[in-house]
Every structure is written in structure tokens, then in C-alpha cells.
Ligand binder design. Structure first.
Ligand code: TYC
Length: 102
């Protein structure tokens, strides 16, 4: 019985779904926005703890930029805008930018 068994190669392939591109939200350092304000925005908009918010703020402060989160394009853009709007309302030049992940 086993001798007569023919093994058919699998000919069908599953259509591959393209994974949507992910985007980084990047915090940019400046000389004017108070550190506490930056941490507050990170907590309020990106749901960070005081400790994480402070660490990300200090990374941008020292390195010039810091990656805040990597997520879908629309979420990245909405969050970056929310954060920039909070800063604008308070009169600070704080910038968050988005860019596609390589
Ligand atoms: N460099 C600012 C200061 O010394 C603080 C700051 C940190 C501002 C991070 C922006 O993305 C930033 N007051």
C-alpha cells in the first residue's frame, strides 16, 4: 500500500499580505522647552510612566533626538500632532516628528 502512494508537491501558495509599514515618533531636543514639560507630554500623550518619560526626555536632551514609539502611520501622526499641539498651546517650540522605519 505504501509503495503506491504518490506524493504530490504542494502547488498552491498562500497570498502573502504586505505588512503595513511602521513609523517612528521621534522627540527632538530644543533649548527652550522645560524638561518637566517634555516629561509631562510623554506621560500624557504616550502613556509613559514618570521614569520612562524622564529617561526618553533625557535621551533627546543629550543625544538630540529619541525614539518615543514605533507604530502604525496614522497613530504615529495623530500622537505626534497631539504632543506638538500641547507644546504650542503652552508656548514651547517642542517638536515631535514621524518617519518610516527602515
Ligand atoms: N533641552 C531642554 C532644556 O534643557 C529640555 C528638552 C529635552 C527639550 C528634550 C526638548 O526633546 C526635548 N530645557
Amino acid at each position: 500500500m505504501a509503495e503506491n502512494t504518490t506524493i504530490k508537491p504542494k502547488t498552491t501558495t498562500k497570498p502573502k499580505l504586505e505588512r503595513p509599514k511602521l513609523y517612528k515618533v521621534i522627540l527632538v531636543n530644543d533649548d527652550y522647552t522645560p524638561r518637566e514639560f517634555v516629561t509631562m507630554v510623554l506621560k500624557a500623550v504616550f502613556r509613559m510612566s514618570e521614569e520612562t518619560g524622564n529617561r526618553v526626555m533625557m535621551t533627546a536632551h543629550k543625544m538630540g533626538v529619541a525614539v518615543v514609539v514605533v507604530c502604525a502611520k496614522d497613530i504615529a501622526e495623530t500622537k505626534a500632532k497631539e504632543a506638538v499641539d500641547l507644546a504650542k498651546e503652552a508656548g514651547f517650540p517642542l517638536m515631535f516628528i514621524t518617519e518610516p522605519e527602515e
